[in-house]
Design a protein around this ligand. Structure first.
Ligand code: NAP
Ligand code: F7E
Length: 339
């Protein structure tokens, strides 16, 4: 019988790649979708026609219990979150509720539905994946960051993710649940939301190249990140849930680039000189910045056999080409996450 997976955050970047990956592995895939008339849900239904949709919201405990009862999953991937770091300062309480408390509600739904009691090891265990983030490292105490690097989050988002991370560990230890966290570093694609810097840059470059814009306004060009391809990272999520033992893993490339280098690579891919177009704007700087993040993915390589397949340069070129095509074809950049 086909394995069954339930994915929260199905309308997001990772939800789409993970659903495609699991469908390709023969899974029956269920996606948790929220809202009464959420346009991202109808778009997802069109593009991922084989995904079964179940309604629910990470803010609503009862809806998560119903979703688990309905989907009867073997695996739950909790990707739903408020994931844009600047928004987490503007709506800190909502971020805590969705990105933090949402993890508790999902774990409780699984615990209740599988009849797990304290100290007991359940039969027919539902395996749980939590989308943890390198933002938990924040002001880093060492570089590169590993599974044992201390957390010092720098935003309400990072704090909420740290809560979800520790809670996932705690449910594993308290109830013997198969519950793991992937500590994923930044991962991008043509489906990335337009608010994140890689996509903002690839769309900006495409607009300038096509004569639709004359400048690109950005914040801190000196921040450094470890950027990889989202399609590679969802494979790691699945490998973590199929491993013999439930453990947490750092997932990244081990290579760090600055926003300035990102900008340079993207403009070069379109045959443009970035210095003519990029304007820096203090208003786009964050109240507390994460200056650098760089993964040490050795544990995932050794224990899971996971490796990234796409270089930073290939990723940037792919995103610029995709946005040039999208805008040339008259596509809506709001829809750009689904080329
Ligand atoms: P994304 O594109 O922003 O998607 C976020 C998803 O969360 C959307 O499907 C959104 O659904 C859903 N969501 C928001 N509020 C919800 C609620 N109240 N109840 C249920 N679902 C809700 O994020 P992503 O890049 O795919 O990332 C997936 C996960 O990995 C997130 O948890 C993110 O924080 C984490 N993460 C991402 C990265 C990265 O670099 N991409 C790195 C580390 C960790 P709607 O369409 O309904 O808004
Ligand atoms: O910023 C700098 C900004 O918004 C990256 C999320 O998926 O990855 C993501 O979080 C860097 C920051 O991603 C602009 O200051 C400069 O230093 O693309 P971002 P993020 O904050 O790293 C982590 C791992 C997650 O978990 C999150 O969910 O780029 N930057 N100028 C800018 N960033 C943006 N967005 N816009 C600018 O104009």
């Amino acid at each position: 019988m086909a394995r069954r997976a339930l994915i929260t955050g199905i309308t997001g970047q990772d939800g789409s790649y993970l659903a495609e990956h699991l469908l390709g592995q023969g899974y029956e895939v269920w996606g948790l979708a929220r809202g009464q008339a959420n346009p991202r849900v109808s778009r997802m239904r069109r593009l991922l026609a084989d995904v079964k949709v179940v309604r629910g919201d990470l803010l609503d405990q009862g809806s998560l219990i119903s979703a688990v009862e309905r989907a009867q999953p073997d695996e739950v991937y909790n990707l739903g979150a408020i994931s844009f770091v600047p928004m987490s300062w503007e709506q800190a309480e909502l971020t805590a509720e969705v990105t933090g408390m949402g993890v508790l509600r999902m774990l409780e739904a699984i615990r209740v539905c599988s009849g797990v009691s304290r100290g007991g090891s359940p039969n027919g265990q539902i395996r749980f994946y939590q989308a943890s983030s390198s933002e938990m490292f924040g002001q880093v105490s060492e570089t590169p960051q590993t599974e044992s690097t201390a957390f010092h989050p720098r935003s309400p988002y990072g704090v909420a993710k740290a809560y979800g991370h520790f809670l996932t560990q705690n449910y594993r230890e308290s109830y013997g649940m198969y519950a793991v966290s992937g500590i994923l570093f930044n991962h991008e694609s043509p489906r990335r939301g337009a608010e994140f810097v890689t996509r903002k840059v690839s769309l900006g470059v495409a607009r300038i190249k096509l004569g639709l814009a004359g400048e690109l306004r950005l914040g801190n060009l000196e921040a450094r990140r470890d950027w990889g391809f989202a399609g590679d990272y969802v494979r790691a999520m699945h490998l973590m849930l199929r491993a013999e033992k439930p453990e947490d893993y750092v997932i990244g490339t081990g290579r760090m680039k600055s926003v300035r280098e990102l900008v340079e690579a993207a403009f070069t891919a379109a045959g443009l000189d970035w210095e003519r177009y990029v304007v820096t704007d203090q208003g786009l700087h964050r109240p507390a910045e994460v200056d650098l993040l760089c993964a040490d993915p050795k544990k995932a390589r050794v224990q899971l056999g996971w490796e990234p397949t796409m270089s930073f340069e290939e990723l940037v070129a792919m995103m610029v080409e995709s946005d040039l095509r999208l805008l040339t074809d008259g596509g809506d950049p709001g829809d750009g996450s689904w080329p």
